[in-house]
Structure formats: structure tokens, C-alpha cells
Design a binder for this molecule. Sequence first.
Ligand code: NAD
Ligand code: TYD
Length: 336
Amino acid sequence: MHSILVTGGAGFIGSNFVRFMLKKYPSYRIIVLDALTYAGNRENLSDLEKDSRLTFYHGNICDRTVVDNLVSHVDAIINFAAETHVDRSIHEADSFVQTDVLGTLILLEAARKYKIERYLQISTDEVYGSIEQGAFTEEHPLAPNSPYSASKAGGDLMVRAHYKTFGTPTLVTRASNNYGPFQYPEKLIPFFVTNAIDDIPLPLYGDGMNIRDWLYVDDHCEGVDHVLHHGVIGETYNIGGGNERTNIDITQIILKTLNKPDTLIKRVADRPGHDRRYAVDTGKIEKLGWKPRFRFEDAVEETIQWYVKNESWWRKIKEKQKAYQEFLKKNYEDRK
Ligand code: NAD
Ligand code: TYD
């Protein structure tokens, strides 16, 4: 395998993955296909601009002509492209279905047509729904609760159907909540870090006791690389950090690290359909030889400091999303 199409490579995890792969495999070539939606950002790849092994293509995974043309030049596809934010999916779900379901199908059809060696779908633990105790294995039925996770589940099922019906060589990974550099500042950690830096309130949903399993983005990238090279075709692999924290814990870590007062926490109305807890059993990928390497305490500290040092990166983004934040604020108030 020498050339890979990475869709959504200008987003948070995709850009970290491209950097990770080019460093690890000097002979690989990567084509990034990214629509540069509000979440896509060429700056996320700016340090790699002069690397001749990377080609950036501005286009949509729903565009068959573009997809066919690019897929005809590669050995593998990794699909990171998606609409990804739960709160946005509650207000507008069309683009989620379009990209996360239809876009996935279009990529799968091209993978089949051009006899791609491996198609890897980047999915999420959210497709299993919420779990009070224990952890979901890959065998658990899908029970998504938000329009985002329902769209991702739709994509996963399309992947399954393609493998079963056409023998398309597919793999699926389902990761838990990622954190790290270049995450769009609407997701919990970068949103709260950047608000705290500016002494703006941190809107904590509900009782703040919802639990997420936090995975450092480089550990996720290593897991994806591992499944790409060693995964069994047709199989699904969970990827988790083994780091369960309540939202209030995360909030307090952020405030303490930045030396900011707890009074910045603003309790707001809960997110509708808010999943209480996510947890995945990672035994299957561990048997394949992967486990997370980063200690949460170190990686979260490093991540917070990255946002402190890279203010110019997030300030431009936050300036552009002011109207959206105002809209959300009004929404919590209306829900009360
Ligand atoms: P992100 O929102 O930061 O980036 C998504 C990228 O996809 C952007 O660059 C965007 O421009 C691009 N994109 C969107 N629609 C497109 C389209 N139609 N055609 C081409 N490009 C398009 O997302 P992320 O957090 O980096 O997530 C990447 C993938 O990982 C997603 O599939 C997501 O479901 C999955 N995932 C994310 C997490 C997490 O915690 N962030 C956890 C598990 C799984
Ligand atoms: P998020 O980063 O949106 O990821 P996901 O919902 O996909 O897990 O949110 C993580 C958790 O933080 C989730 O339980 C919702 C909560 N949250 C808040 O309390 N306030 C916020 O402003 C945001 C964005 C999230």
C-alpha cells in the first residue's frame, strides 16, 4: 500500500492523521479530499504544504466525478469526512445525512469500481448509544440517539452492506471522544479552554455528570493505522482511551490548568437526547496489538497549552462562529 485517499483531511482528526502517516511512512503518498466546510481548515495542514507526498483536493465526497477520479489513483481510502457536531445536528440534520450516509455510499461505490485494497470507515462509539454500566463490544446492536450518531450509524450500515453484498474490502473503527491540537472550538475541550482564556462563561449542560471516554488524537491515529494494516477485512474495531471522566471533571481540569475561577462555570439547560455515558470494550483491537500510549493527565495538559500557544489559530475561527454561539445561547435559554 503506497497511496491513500484521506477524506476530511483538513479537519481535526484527519489533519492529525495525515501528519502522523507522513512522518511514519516516508514512501507513502496521500491525497486529501476535503470540502472545507465550516470545520475544515487548510491551516491545519500548513506545516505540510511543501511536502510533495501530499496533494490537497478541494471537493465534496458526494461528488461522484471527483471521487471516481481521485479513487482511480490510490490503493486505499480512509473516510474521516463527516458532519460531526451533535448540537448542530439537533438544529439541522440534512447535511449530516448527505455527507455521513450518502457520501459514504459514493466512496464505497468508487472503492468497488476501482478495486481498492482497503476501505476504512472512521466511525464513533456514539453509534451504540448510551450505556449505564459496562462497555459496548463491536457485536452490540446500534442504538444511536442523536441525528449525528444516527447518520454515522447509517454510514456504518452502508459499509456493512457493501462488504456483505459486493465483497468490498471494508474495515470500520469506532473511537471514543478525541482531544488534541486543531480541534474545532465548538467541542467540549477546545470550546471551554478558549472561553476560559477569555474569561467567558463555560456552558455546562444539565448536571455535568455525563461521562465520556477521552482518547488522545495521536492514540486514535495509531489505532487507525494499525487497523488499516492489520485489521481483518469485514471487521469493526472499537478504539477507546480507557479514560472515563464526567464533564464537570474535565471542566475543573481546564479551569485549574489555566488558573481560572470555578465561577466561570455556567449551568445551562441540558442538550436534548443527551447520552449519559459512552464506553467501549477495546479487547478486540488490543488483541490485534494496539493500546493507547498517552497518559490522560499529560496529554490533556499539553493540549490545553497548545490552545494557549496557538491563539491566532482559534481566534479567527471563533470570530467567524460568533453568530452560531449566540444562536446556541438563546437556545439553552429557551429550553429552560
Ligand atoms: P471535523 O468536524 O473536525 O472535520 C470534518 C472534516 O470533514 C472537515 O475538514 C470538513 O471540511 C470535512 N467534510 C465535511 N463534509 C464533507 C464532505 N461532504 N466532503 C468532503 N469533506 C467534508 O471532524 P473530526 O472531529 O476530525 O472527526 C473526523 C471523523 O472522526 C468523523 O467521521 C467523526 O465522526 C469521527 N469521530 C470523531 C470523534 C471526535 O471526538 N472528534 C470521535 C470518534 C469519531
Ligand atoms: P462534545 O464535545 O459535543 O462531544 P459529544 O457530544 O459528541 O460527546 O460534548 C462532550 C460532552 O460535553 C457532552 O456530554 C456534552 C457536553 N458539553 C457541554 O456540557 N457544554 C458544551 O458547550 C458542549 C459543547 C458540550
